[in-house]
Design a protein around this ligand. Sequence first.
Ligand SMILES: C[S@@+](CC[C@H](N)C(=O)[O-])C[C@H]1O[C@@H](n2cnc3c(N)ncnc32)[C@H](O)[C@@H]1O
Length: 665
Amino acid sequence: MRHFWGSVIRPLLDAMRPGAIVEIGAAHGRHTRLLAEYCREQGGELHVIDPQPGFDVPSLVREGHAVVHVGRSLEVLPRLPSVDIALIDGDHNWYTVYNELKLLQRLARDAGRPTPVIVCHDAGWPWGRRDSYYAPEAIPDEFRHPWARLGIGDGRPAPFVKDKSAALLASATFAGGPRNGVLTACEDFVDEAAEPVSVRVLRRENGLAALVPRSRSELHPGLEPALARAMGGETPPLPAGDQLIPRIIHRVWLGPDPVPSIFERYAESWRRHHPEWELRLWRDETLPALSCRDEYDAAADWDLGRGETIHADVLALETWRIRYDIVRLELLRQFGGVIVDMDVEAIRPLDPLLGGVSAFVGRATRARRIGNQVLGAIPGHPFFEFAVRELRTSVAHARTGGQAAAGGFLTRLLEARPEGVTVLPRDTFYSTLTVEPPRRPDDFPAIFAVHHHLESYRKGPEATIERLERRIHEAQREIEGLEAEQRRLEALNEKADAERAKEEAKRRRVETQLETAVLKIDQLAQANTALRPGRRELERSEAERRRLEALNETAGAGRAKEEARRRRAEAHLETALLKIEQLEQASAALRAARREIERLETNQRRLEALNEKADAERAKEEAKRRRTQKQLEKSALKVEQLEEKSAALRLRGASPAARGECRNP
Ligand SMILES: C[S@@+](CC[C@H](N)C(=O)[O-])C[C@H]1O[C@@H](n2cnc3c(N)ncnc32)[C@H](O)[C@@H]1O
C-alpha cells in the first residue's frame, strides 16, 4: 500500500479530511507511520488492525492519534466506531475482504453515516482473482479454495514474505472463478451495494482498487476529481472474462553458453509489446525445483529403446530439445504466464486474446497439430498438470524428441483432455510468413507472434552459424521484400513525379492566368482613378436625390397624418350631426308631449270644475233629498198620528177607519 502513498492515498486524504481512518494489515508499519503522522498533522484518528504487527506498537501509540488492535479484521472491526476511509491490505482472499467490506458498511449504517471510501491493495495480479491465506484454518471450509504453498514470483517467495520463516504464502491452486481473489470480493460488494459505488483499479504494484460510494462523493466534492487525477477515469465493470493468465512472459536458455545475441531482438519485441508484463529469462541456475526432475535427467539417456545406437550429436540435440520442452511445461504448471521460445518474435500485445482464457495453445499446421513455442496458462491448470504427469511415460517411450514433450505430445494430450484449453488459429503464432508481419503488422491483424524456426534448443557454434545463416537468409528475404517495396515506391514515385509535372504545368497555366488577371485589375484601377471626379459628382447628386426623397417621404408622412386627422374630424362631425338630429327629434317629441299634457291638464281642470259643480248639485240634491226625507218622515209621523187618531176614533166610534179600512193619503 505504501507505494501508493504519494500518488493516491495522500491526495485522497487531502480531498476528504477524514475524522477516522482504519488500516487493515500493517506489517512493518511503514504505511501505518505515514498515516499516523498525517493524523497528527491534520487531525483525525487512526485505527490499525493486524494479528501480527511487525513494528513497535507502544511507541506508535505513545505518539498519539493511533490505536492498534492486535487481532484479525473480522473479529476487531465489529468493535470499532464507523470510519470515513478504510485502507485494506490484510488477508488477501475473497472471504476476508468481502466480509471486511460488509462490516465497514454495517458500522457506518448503524452510526447513521455514509459508507466509507474503501481502498484495497492487491486487487491486481496475483491476488485479484486468486485467494491467498495467511491462516487457511481461519477461513470457513466452504469459502476456502484448494490451496498450496506456492511462490508467486519467479520461483522465490513473494517480496512481502521474503523475510518470514513461513517463506511461501498459502494460495489457491487455481485462479479465477467465483469467490476467488480480492478484486472479485470488491466487485461482489459493489454489485450488492444499496447505492452506486464508483470503482477505479490501478494494475501496478499488485493492483489498487478504490471504491467510492455515491454518498461519499456527494459529501466530499473534491474526492472524485482527486481520484480521477490519481487513478484516471472509472474502471468499467471488469467482465467475467478478465485476464486470468498472469502477465509473465517466460523464456528459457539452458546450458552454460551465453544467450546468442541473435535472440535479443525477439526479447526486445516482447518487451516492447508488453510493457506491463514481466519478462523472465530462466537459466539452469534459476530454475525452480522440477516436479519432473527425473524425466529432465532421463532426457540425457534418451535412446530409441531398441538397442539401436544414436549419434552423439543427435543425442545431444534431442536431449536439449526434450529438456526445453519439459522445462516449459513445468514452468507453466508452476507459475502460469506465457512461455515463448527464444526465436519467437512478438508482433502485437497478446492481451486481447486472453480475456477469460485459463490456458491456450496455437495450431501449428493446417491439420490438428499444435505447437509448443507459445503456450499460456494460469498456474496449476489441469491440462499442464496432466501434461507434466504424462511426461513420465512419454519421455521414456517416445521415438522422437517431438513425441516426448513437444508439439506431437501436446497434440495427443489435447485430444484426450481438451477441457479448459483455448486453441488459437494457426496464424496467431505459426504463420508461414515470417518476414512481412514484423515490418507491416497492420496488414496482418491475425498474427500475434512469428516463429522464426531458429532451433533455439541447438547448442554450439555450428548451430549459431546455421542460425546466422538462416537469419542471413531471412535478411535476404527481407532485403528482397524491401527491394520489392523500393521498386513499388519508385514506381509510385515516378507516378507521383508525372502527377507533379502535370500539377506544375497546371500551376504555370494558373500563374499566367493570374498574371493576366492582375494586369486587368491594374487597368481597371487606372480607369477607376480617371472616373473618380465624375463619380464624386454622381455621388453628390445621388446624395441630394436621397435627401429630397427623404424630405418627400417626411412630407408624405405629414400629409398622411393630416388626412387621417381630417378623416377623424369628419367622422366626429357626422356623429355630432346625427346626435343633433336625434336631439331635435327628441325636443319635438317633448314639445308634443308638453302640449298633450297641457291639454290633459285643461281637461282635468274642466272635469274638476264639472265635478265640483256636480258635487254642488249632488250636495244640493242631497240637501233637498234630506229635506224631502224629513218632510216624508214628518208626513209619515203625521200619518201615523192620524192613523192612531183614526184608530182611536174607530175604537170609539167604529168608523170604517177604526176597522182598518183606511187608505194611504
Ligand atoms: C501485505 S502486509 C501489509 C503491508 C502494509 N499495508 C504496507 O503497506 O506496508 C499484510 C499484513 O496483513 C496482516 N494480516 C493477515 N491477516 C489479517 C487479518 N485477517 N486481519 C488483519 N490483518 C491481517 C498480516 O499480518 C500482514 O502484516
